[in-house]
Design a protein around this ligand. Structure first.
Ligand code: NAD
Length: 268
């Protein structure tokens, strides 16, 4: 049986850990050639481990260093991948980080750092991906000329005190995603977001590392379990595949019900 992403080239940013690594592994299982992006030399070993695991399971993968907030590095990554694999079919715009601070203490550096990676990084990568999709058009591997999945967050709709930079970046991702989906849908390019709830990864380790923290976190999740990276990886496979061919410009919330106002669970 033909796998859902057979021979498609997928760049996954920030894929040396967490959700990005989970997406890389699930997409490789469905036949994609996966580019495991990582930002700095210190993350190389982790990225290579993700690649080794994929290859050991019969998949195809390559690690690629690039800081998504650096325009020249992003251009070089896309040029390098196109040179090596011929094209890019899928971009998972996943790289992201937090620099939390109470609003009145948030420095401009903290604000810019988060916006530069979480929003500008997604813009830079999406722009290079769309250029390649337009150049190539539909190539027989998929009904689309290309697919982009932006890793957003439930905080594209849930305000988050103490995290103004992060919430602003994800709100920005939402309207960038919808705007470019509208612009390029006529060219058979599909652009969507996934909004994870609480997924157990290094970014939110403090929220689930002890029983007390975990119990607090579970109050926010109607389904009463913390998500795993596979939950997001499987959603990304579906959204990138032709099974989702009529899905464009939408956010898929994968959050165990976190956006269902859990404070009202017990009659408010
Ligand atoms: P993570 O810290 O494991 O992963 C983030 C990855 O981004 C890391 O691999 C890091 O090296 C990479 N990265 C950071 N700056 C980069 C840069 N400049 N260029 C390239 N890569 C860079 O955390 P995660 O939870 O896997 O986060 C992945 C994405 O999911 C983020 O966009 C995050 O906002 C989003 N998200 C996570 C959760 C969650 O509960 N874990 C919830 C909602 C949204």
């Amino acid at each position: 049986m033909k796998r859902k992403l057979q021979d498609q080239v997928a760049i996954i940013t920030g894929a040396s850990s967490g959700i990005g690594a989970g997406c890389a592994k699930e997409m490789a299982k469905e036949g994609a050639n996966v580019i495991v992006n990582y930002p700095v030399a210190q993350a190389r070993e982790m990225a290579e481990k993700v690649v080794e695991e994929i290859v050991a399971n019969g998949g195809r993968a390559m690690a690629y260093k690039c800081d998504v907030s650096n325009e020249e590095e992003v251009k070089e990554m896309f040029a390098g991948v196109i040179n090596e694999f011929g094209t890019v079919d899928i971009l998972i715009n996943n790289a992201g980080l937090q620099k939390d601070a109470p609003f009145t203490e948030m420095t401009l550096d903290q604000w810019n750092y988060v916006l530069n990676v979480n929003l500008t990084g997604q813009f830079l990568c999406a722009r290079e991906a769309v250029k390649e999709f337009l150049r190539r058009g539909v190539n027989g591997k998929s009904k689309s000329a290309g697919k982009i999945i932006c890793m957003s967050s439930v905080h594209e709709v849930i305000p988050w005190a103490g995290h103004a930079n992060y919430a602003a970046s994800k709100g920005g991702v939402m309207l960038m995603m919808k705007t470019i989906a509208q612009e390029f849908a006529p060219r058979k390019i599909r652009i969507n977001s996934i909004a994870p709830g609480a997924i157990a990864t290094p970014i939110n380790h403090d929220a689930w590392d002890t029983q007390a923290h975990l119990q607090e976190l579970l109050k926010l999740i109607p389904q009463k379990r913390v998500g795993q990276v596979e939950d997001i990886g499987k959603a990304a496979v579906w959204l990138a595949s032709d099974d989702a061919d009529y899905v464009n410009g939408t956010t898929l919330f994968v959050d165990g019900g976190m956006t269902l106002y859990p404070g009202f669970e017990d009659n408010g």
